[in-house]
Design a protein around this ligand. Sequence first.
Ligand code: SAM
Ligand code: SF4
Length: 310
Amino acid sequence: MPLIDGFDRLHDNLRISVTDRCNIRCFYCMPEGPIPFLEREEILSFEEIERVARVAVSLGVRKLRVTGGEPLVRKDLPVLVERLCGIPGVEDVGLTTNAVLLAGQAADLWAAGLRRLNVHLDTLDAERFHKITRRDDFGRVMAGLDRALELGFQVKINAVAVTNLCEPDVVPLARFGRERGVEIRYIEFMPLDAQGLWDKSKVLLQDQMMEMLRREIGELEEIPDRDPRAPATEYRFADGIGRVGFISSVSKPFCLNCNRLRLTSDGKMRYCLFAIEELDVKGLLRGGGTDSDLAEVIRETVRRKWIGHE
Ligand code: SAM
Ligand code: SF4
């Protein structure tokens, strides 16, 4: 039986967090000060991650995305990527990264079979990069992006959109995307930050950004969505050069099409970024659980899914 929840949504997409650590400190995600990261033995090993992924694929999962924290801080990540790409039945493996370490790892990731990268970059201005990330790694991110494009990766840029900060970046990012053949995906600021800074007035909304793009660059045409369950609504510029996407979880929530499950770095299955409960798989992996036991936890996670994140 495929993984269908109580609202008729088919789940074929698993996001795998390989670490809770990160080498930068985006203010809308992590606090600046000392963070109590997980100990090494609390994190799933590559073997454990691969086993959960294999069971998920046996239940109909077809797309895997490696994320974090920052996935590239996890030692030997290309080894895991190669294993995930090699699971029979997997149609697509992607990686989401801040690209600080990408220049040095891109070739190994390519050799491991990875072809799709989402690079997180909110601004082309080094000073604003520092303000957002509290680190001076803008040059390294750009070098990582260049290297990935040189190797032939299909790259999308994820830009988080926060009011009174990111307005000056909306148009330059789109121009950059048009020049480099990279889709820019603007992500409305979500209440995910560790410091509780979020409030609705801080969300730069899709409609506001589209208005800026129309005014400064040109008309946008919606691209008929090939996969209606993809979270981004995509547009192309009417002159045929370049495209942008919007992940508008705040102004236009897309929960009704959600096809995702999540595996946390410490071995919990979640049905939503905002889930208030999670089911343990690490105990099964380390306590002699069978693949059927793991499959049951995955099925139960899907069964418990709510209609939305309220
Ligand atoms: N470190 C990697 C990165 O930054 O791409 C992967 C993990 S990060 C949590 C995944 C994505 O979440 C990022 O690309 C970023 O755009 C997005 N993100 C983080 N905090 C967010 C927030 N408060 N609201 C919206 N998107 C956020
Ligand atoms: Fe790190 Fe990604 Fe969070 Fe930024 S969004 S702090 S890069 S994990």
